[in-house]
Design a protein around this ligand. Structure first.
Ligand code: SAT
Ligand code: MN
Length: 591
């Protein structure tokens, strides 16, 4: 008799009509075979799915060029379905589940004709973790199958583990015809189902990532008492060998990967990597907050990555062995066969752009797409934490909320307490990036960096966050960070990258109550003498600007916060309005 999984696969195959169904076993040989199929048989926009890169300098690395309209997450076609619109909230596009199914059924009818349906069984999180989840995704493109093998723990043992069960999370993905007007990424949280049509782009197509591990998981966490967050996880080792674990939320393309694999510029301090994008946070039996990374790879932004900004990531990208390394929409150095992107190193003389056309310096475009990406196994990073394979995760001592802000938000601020920290996350605004198909550089409210990823009403989500205080006997301290302030000429004031460890040291010292801070209306900021600034090329004036709280800027900020809070009506917890009024009051007295 067929298992529920087999029945589900058959049902989808009857609709999408693939030529073949192939169950992935997750082996290394299989990944190689799929890459060969991608190089020789399958196509995207009339071109091969994969191109081989220089195998000597970038081991096991391959290039993918996407369909030209399919280069970023499409938030406007990302939809959450509940019976009622209010549950999805003003932060999500909503559709009635039955209507959405009808639309998707029509769009998927015969969509896999002439193609192979790949069945991908995987687990998000360590297989032995009490917090992990078993999932199955279907796809019709080798690119997604190989990506998923890097990004998740994928293998035939998961099929065996599912056996006769039917409680696995499901993802249906078809690249269809790439028609961007019919592109939909639709979530059915009450059925543990995601259905994505007409895109092959990362966040739209690697369904284990944003769709399952954030949108579906956030809804699960709301009901089961845990949090699914858009956060990196790292450990800071101090000169005594003590490691403090930190989780940090930043919007897409705002430096999470760089922070997570940072090469510390502070002697005696070392950063250990656990994850760069997603954290699942549970209250442990000891009353501490424990974090696991449900993923197993990085899907990071290529432009800006270099031996000077992030040497550990460069080494990671060259170390492909058991897992391939994929580059999506980067440029190609015709002479060496290596991938290239802006700021990697000196620009090679002869380049193909991200679409495979000869690139000319006077073209007015970048050679790599601004949202070009790499996919690489986390196991290749030289800074991988020895706790990465610990099923119970790591205990978090500090939570960071980061944003990309030209002004207003200081380098680092500590919240007064848990509620004030939740307010700091909820009031976040950040300038948009190329990671989503939006106007780049516009300020928008992005609470907890979860605006595109919270699978239900954010008013309820804030309430969920607030309630953790009573369950945590050792709540993490909460901080806001901003690496992106600029001077009047538009130059970054803070060097960022490896120097960010200086801020992390202050955070660790605050966690250990071993250094001071000064009180401002928005929270506690460092005294300059408490930050380790030796060897840093930043003037005292610049440092004071980086740490300043400007009354007028914050009064303007209040307007933006208020307008966003009002969207949630009576779903916004009263505690957050109380924090808002407290801040307003403090600012009115502040010089
Ligand atoms: O494309 S993804 O959504 O996976 C990456 C990101 O935008 O954070
Ligand atoms: Mn992300």
């Amino acid at each position: 008799m067929a298992t529920p999984l087999e029945e589900w696969v058959e049902e989808q195959a009857r609709l999408t009509k693939p030529d073949k169904i192939y169950w992935c076993d997750g082996s290394e040989e299989e990944a190689q075979r799929l890459i060969e199929i991608g190089m020789e048989k399958e196509t995207v926009a009339g071109r091969p799915v994969f191109y081989e890169l220089n195998q000597k300098n970038f081991k096991n690395a391959f290039l993918h060029r996407s369909h030209p309209t399919d280069v970023a997450r499409t938030e406007k076609s990302t939809v959450i379905c509940y019976d009622d619109k209010v549950t999805a909230g003003p932060n999500n596009n909503w559709m009635d589940p039955a209507e959405a199914k009808q639309m998707l059924t029509k769009l998927s009818d015969g969509s896999m004709k002439g193609r192979t349906m790949y069945v991908l069984p995987f687990v998000m999180g360590h297989p032995d973790s009490p917090y992990s989840r078993v999932c199955v995704q279907l796809t019709d493109i080798s690119y997604v199958a190989v990506n998923m093998r890097i990004m998740t723990r994928l293998g035939k043992d998961i099929t065996e583990r599912i056996g006769n069960r039917d409680d696995f999370l499901k993802g249906i993905h078809t690249i269809g015809n790439f028609n961007k007007d019919d592109r939909y990424i639709v979530h059915f949280p009450q059925e543990d189902l995601v259905w994505s049509v007409n895109s092959g782009y990362g966040g739209n197509a690697l369904l284990g990532k944003k769709c399952i591990s954030l949108r579906l998981a956030s809804w699960k966490g709301y009901h089961e008492g845990w949090l699914a967050e858009h956060m990196l996880i790292l450990g800071v080792e101090d000169p005594n060998g003590q490691i403090t674990y930190i989780a940090a939320a930043l919007p897409s393309a705002c430096g999470k990967t760089n922070l997570a694999v940072m090469q510390s510029k502070l002697p005696g301090y070392k950063i250990w990597t656990l994850g760069d994008d997603i954290a699942w946070l549970n209250v442990g039996p000891d009353g501490r907050l424990w974090a696991i990374n449900p993923e197993a790879g990085f899907f990071g932004v290529a432009p800006g990555t270099s031996y000077s900004s992030n040497p550990n990531m460069m080494d990671t990208l060259k170390a492909g062995q058991f897992f391939p390394t994929l580059f999506t929409n980067v440029a190609y150095d015709i002479d060496t066969g290596e991938p290239w992107w802006e700021e990697k190193d000196d620009r090679p003389a002869n380049l193909l752009d991200w679409q495979g056309n000869r690139w000319h310096a006077d073209s007015g475009t970048t050679a790599a797409h601004p949202n070009s990406r790499f996919t690489v196994s986390i196991t290749q990073t030289p800074t991988l934490s020895s706790e990465f394979e610990n099923p119970r995760g790591v205990p978090i001592s500090a939570i960071l909320f980061g944003a990309r802000r030209t002004d207003t938000v200081p380098l680092v601020t500590e919240a007064f307490d848990w509620t004030n920290g939740v307010f700091a996350g909820a009031r976040m605004g950040s300038e948009t990036t190329a990671a989503a198909a939006l106007k780049v550089g516009a300020l928008r409210r992005d609470p907890m960096a979860m605006l595109p990823f919270c699978g239900y009403n954010m008013g309820d989500y804030f309430g969920h966050w607030l309630r953790f205080e009573e369950r945590l006997t050792h709540p993490p301290k909460i901080f806001s960070i901003n690496w992106f302030q600029r001077d009047e000429g538009g130059k970054f004031l803070w060097p960022g990258f490896g120097d960010n460890v200086r801020v992390l040291k202050w955070i660790v010292d605050r966690v250990n109550n071993s250094c001071g801070a000064q009180e401002t209306p928005i929270g506690l900021v460092p005294n300059m003498q408490d930050l380790p600034l030796d060897g840093l090329d930043v003037s005292t004036e610049q440092m004071s600007e980086l740490l300043a709280v400007d009354r007028d800027q914050w009064r303007a900020e209040l307007e933006g916060i208020k307008a966003n809070f009002e969207k949630f009506g009576d779903r916004l917890p009263s505690e957050l309005w109380a924090e808002y009024h407290k801040l307003q009051d403090q600012l009115s007295k502040f010089q």
